[in-house]
Write a protein that binds this ligand. Sequence first.
Ligand code: SAM
Length: 317
Amino acid sequence: MNKELRHIPVLLNETIQNLNLIDNGTYVDATLGMGGYTERILSLSNCKLVSIDRDPLAIENATELKKRFGERLHVVNGLFSNLDQILKKLSIPKINGITFDFGVSSPQIDDPTRGFSFRYNSALDMRMGRNEFSATDFINDSDADLIEKILREYGEEKQARRLSKAIFNSKPIQTTKELSQIVYSILGNPKKDKIDPATRTFQAIRIAVNNELEEIRLGLATAIKYLAPKGRILAVSFHSLEDRIVKRFFTENSSLKRNINRHLPPSENEVPKLKVVTKKPILPKDREINDNPRSRSAKLRVAEKVTSLLQSDSRAA
Ligand SMILES: C[S@@+](CC[C@H](N)C(=O)[O-])C[C@H]1O[C@@H](n2cnc3c(N)ncnc32)[C@H](O)[C@@H]1O
């Protein structure tokens, strides 16, 4: 594999262990990326795997894996929000597990031409796949209020108002450098060993351009419909917005909803669908963080499809 296209899979052992692989099972890797999870899943079990990515480059890079694993691997260029269509098209009625490893891959963020990072100067793009609009389009077509909302909600940026005005008044913005310089003019220049002040702004705009949070909600909602009893959903998140969605989704689907007569046995809609396996998220060990600093903010949460009411007794912490 081309060295520049390397991505070190995060929490790989923990993810694979928690997937409870069974031979002849059917699994989905919803975030193929450079194939780290895909390769391990197919090597360890005689299962079938559907590996999905919105980025055509990830699909191209899976050629070797396709050769090696043949019919056991289906590689699909698609979105979490297409999961239902993808599985229907492949005539897959049930899956035994699904992994989500959110966010961008190293080749996406490290390729200056993709325009994700303030570390390189390039056209401000940030599209993970073939989305219609880029970060440049987004900024140049938005009013100051929308930019402020995005910076506040997706970047948790305290200076969202001042920053959005400065961005709006500097339009048109074409490059990553133009954007980072505007941020520095308001928040100050980056300091050694401190998080770059442009981080939150770049994260917010990336999330908006790729509709990332809505994609996560839709992906999780479809996954639960397809899970076989005891099948597992695994989600690795990298910031609090992603993790909050996963945690809330697991909690809501593992709680008994008693909105009808509590003296009657619960109806099918009231019975929890999931049992939370990880009461606290699994975090990378110090060694992994040393070897791969990008893993430092990762959190893995796991939930299992319940087979009976008795099994569904835990909640996410
Ligand atoms: C962190 S990387 C996954 C890395 C992978 N686990 C590996 O070991 O190489 C995330 C990948 O998910 C893809 N992705 C992000 N959001 C997606 C979505 N909504 N639908 C499909 N793929 C998505 C990105 O394009 C990226 O390639």
